[in-house]
Design a binder for this molecule. Structure first.
Ligand SMILES: Nc1ncnc2c1ncn2[C@@H]1O[C@H](COP(=O)(O)OP(=O)(O)O)[C@@H](O)[C@H]1O
Ligand SMILES: [Mg+2]
Length: 381
């Protein structure tokens, strides 16, 4: 079993620091001394009275008193010693036995049974604590089993998505290319309607290819846990901008950015992240040419990045929905896309230990997405 042992117990303060056993010893010694002092005092008084030569009846009474006192003192001494043994064997020893057992459990041996047989009160307490231990361990084991099962089925699902999307590409490529060949080869024998049908078929196949590619990226982001290194985030940004150069040029988009920091991340995935966000900012543009700004500010051990644009913006009521896979807010003929981009971005950021969200404050002036990434350790403020 693997669970962190509990932190060491908090030390007691004030008089509570002194262990109970020590209190008993101190009280026992003090009472013993008082007891012996009292005995010596009584004996001196009796000897004193005897020395004055009392009458015979009085002397006899004193002798009786003496015997009675000696018996009383003997009984008291025996009771004191008996009490000390009782306290030791019925209170202090069981408590220390129980403490040893609890200490073992607290140190991580969660299967260690807590059982003290005597006295009745402590036996009851230990049985309650032990049943609590057993229930917690059982609940925790079942949670761990479930988490393992979930991890396994998640892995299977990701593997399935990968294999399915990977293997689907080949037949699809065939459909697209042979349909195109059909048009090239027999185009002159086909009427307009037939050509239109071929166009639809090719268009459908291409869209499917795009979908499969995006799906492949998405499943890969969870399956392949790419290496994370200290990366200058400017690198992935310029690669992303380069990959999008055609769309940026067509739309006349202007992209600016703050000084970009070093982060701990995977270059390929960070490129995908920038690329998807900038692609969206260009795609969902308004009448004006897109102006996109990438910002960065330090937030504790993380860097908070932002990507803001002057496009059509997102209604804040969809701020969760847009991050779900295949969720889009517009028909495909108005803004093409597969609805996988933001889901992939969120997966990438979460894989890096950060968070990605839509900034609700930016409504009416385009959209601003924010995300955090772990700062590289050597970064200054
Ligand atoms: N910069 C943006 N401006 C306005 N809407 C956006 C922006 N980015 C994303 N969205 C909205 O979020 C949806 C999901 O985005 P995404 O997952 O990238 O899918 P896709 O780009 O394929 O539509 C988009 O369909 C769009 O409605
Ligand atoms: Mg997109």
């Amino acid at each position: 079993m693997s669970i962190n042992p509990l932190p060491p117990p908090k030390p007691a303060t004030g008089l509570g620091r002194v262990p109970a056993a020590r209190w008993f010893v101190v009280i026992g010694v003090v009472s013993g001394l008082v007891f012996m002092g009292g005995t010596a005092l009584i004996m001196t008084l009796v000897a004193d009275v005897r020395a004055r030569g009392p009458k015979p009846e009085v002397a006899a009474q004193i002798d009786h008193l003496n015997v009675a006192l000696i018996v009383l003192l003997a009984v008291l001494a025996a009771a004191g010693v008996g009490l000390a043994f009782i306290v030791r064997f019925t209170v202090l020893k069981p408590i220390s036995q129980f403490t040893d057992q609890v200490r073992k459990v607290a140190a991580g041996d969660f299967d260690h049974e807590l059982a003290v047989r005597r006295p009745a009160e402590l036996a009851e307490l230990s049985s309650h604590v032990d049943s609590m231990r057993r229930r917690i361990v059982a609940a925790w084991r079942s949670a761990e089993d479930q988490a393992g099962e979930l991890r396994r089925s998640n892995g299977e699902l990701e593997q399935f998505a990968y294999v399915a999307s990977h293997d689907l590409q080949e037949p699809l490529r065939k459909v697209a290319s042979f349909t195109q060949m059909l048009e090239q080869r027999y185009g002159d024998q086909l009427d307009d309607r037939a050509k239109q049908y071929i166009h639809y078929a090719v268009d459908g196949a291409k869209r499917m290819q795009l979908l499969i590619n995006d799906l492949l990226d998405f499943s890969r982001a969870g399956r392949v846990t790419g290496e994370r290194t200290v990366t200058d985030s400017g690198g992935p940004l310029s690669t992303a901008v380069e990959n999008l150069s055609a769309a940026i040029e067509d739309s006349g988009a202007v992209i600016t950015h703050d000084a970009l920091p070093k982060v701990v991340g995977n270059t390929t995935q960070l490129t995908q992240l920038f690329q998807n966000l900038i692609e969206n900012a260009v795609k969902f543009r308004s009448e004006q040419p897109p102006r996109i700004h990438i910002g960065a500010r330090r937030d504790g051990r993380m860097w908070e990045f932002s990507c803001s644009d002057n496009g059509i913006g997102v209604d804040s009521k969809y701020s969760d929905r847009i991050f779900l896979i295949f969720q889009r807010l517009h028909p495909r003929d108005v803004y093409p896309g597969t609805g996988i981009g933001l889901a992939l971005c969120r997966k990438i950021v979460e894989y890096h230990g950060g968070r990605l969200w839509l900034d609700p404050g930016a409504e009416g002036q385009g959209a601003t997405f924010r995300w955090t990434l772990p700062a590289a350790g050597d970064e200054k403020e």
